[in-house]
Design a binder for this molecule. Sequence first.
Ligand SMILES: Nc1ncnc2c1ncn2[C@@H]1O[C@H](COP(=O)(O)OP(=O)(O)OP(=O)(O)O)[C@@H](O)[C@H]1O
Ligand SMILES: [Mg+2]
Length: 379
Amino acid sequence: MINLPWTQKYKPKNLKEFINQKEALDIFLKWIKEWKQGKALIFYGPSGTGKTALIQAYAQEKNLEFIEMNASDFRSATKIQQILGQSMLQTPLFKKGKMFLIDEIDGIAGREDFGGVGAVIKIVKESRFPIILTANNPYDTRLRSLRQHCQLLQFRKIPIIDIEKRLKKICAEEKIKTDEEVLRQLAKISKGDLRAAINDLESIAQGKNRISLKDLEILGYREKEVSIFDTLKVIFKTQTALAAKLAIGNVDKDPDEIFWWIENNIANEYENPEEIAKAFDMLSKADLFRRRVASRQNWRLKGYMIDLMTAGVAKSKKEMYRKFTKYRYPSKLIVLGRTKFERKEEKEKLLEFSKQLHCSTRKIRKEFLPFFKIISKAK
Ligand SMILES: Nc1ncnc2c1ncn2[C@@H]1O[C@H](COP(=O)(O)OP(=O)(O)OP(=O)(O)O)[C@@H](O)[C@H]1O
Ligand SMILES: [Mg+2]
């Protein structure tokens, strides 16, 4: 059996399987019932919410021939007309009727070489079968004349709860075990785009028969953000290098800041002098990389810095300290925080000087600044 992508495999085969979009569905059904030649429908709304799926499901249910194309794929409307030409006029041999879908009509609206909107209107007028168009922005002024022949139909984002249900059903069919929380998160991440949710599910479920919250990480998703104190607790208490390293991934602070948190709390947690010395040794090596990252803008080195300050510090102890440690705010950050404003001003001044004196801000800070200060005071 061919492996269809899940969005295809689980697309609705009839209107009963088409979920949500109740309002759009009702309008669509009413429109199709009253359809007369020369009239078209314009679908618009967010991606992955069932615009194409609705027509496919309807056509399948009613045994209609369904012909779909994307307007942007064609160089001219004449080309579309050539392709649709006969088909728009002839009754189908084996089916009960036909239905056309032309996607992204606004992609061609402004292109006069394409024949512009006029050519699209001609197609709408000539077709003996209903034509549905989709537009990213149906209110585009260039579509004004086309709108006179069309009814607009808006699709909305699919509610999280419905996406969750759909994912649950797919998991059941694919025999994948999972917690509701995983599906809820997937649904949330998708922001109402069912296609995206199904694709995400398929990508994390690949080759597995069970998925957990952890698997969502490959989508760039983080479990609930933890506080810096929890992160420190993992680094200081764990015995495994990997756990220490991953601990900083869940906190909303950058490694440079976490560095100072660790520095300020080593002696707070560890009691054995040897362990303290070893942990500081790791940290000093991490510091070397930290400076190199800054001076050479070499971001690859950041990995070494992180390994040393997390796994290195974690593995400096022989055993876990079974005690509660109250981790302290790093004093260095308190000072930096207070002088942040002054430092910013200073940096701007240094940059100004560096332009005038043709040398680095570092050189200015070290070799010129002390004298400038004396001079300005003397004045
Ligand atoms: N309302 C829905 N009911 C059931 N399945 C849906 C629905 N909406 C989307 N899907 C699923 O998502 C897939 C993509 O949906 P569809 O192709 O209809 O998106 P679209 O609205 O046409 O998006 P685009 O604007 O990107 O073309 C479908 O194949 C189907 O599996
Ligand atoms: Mg579509």
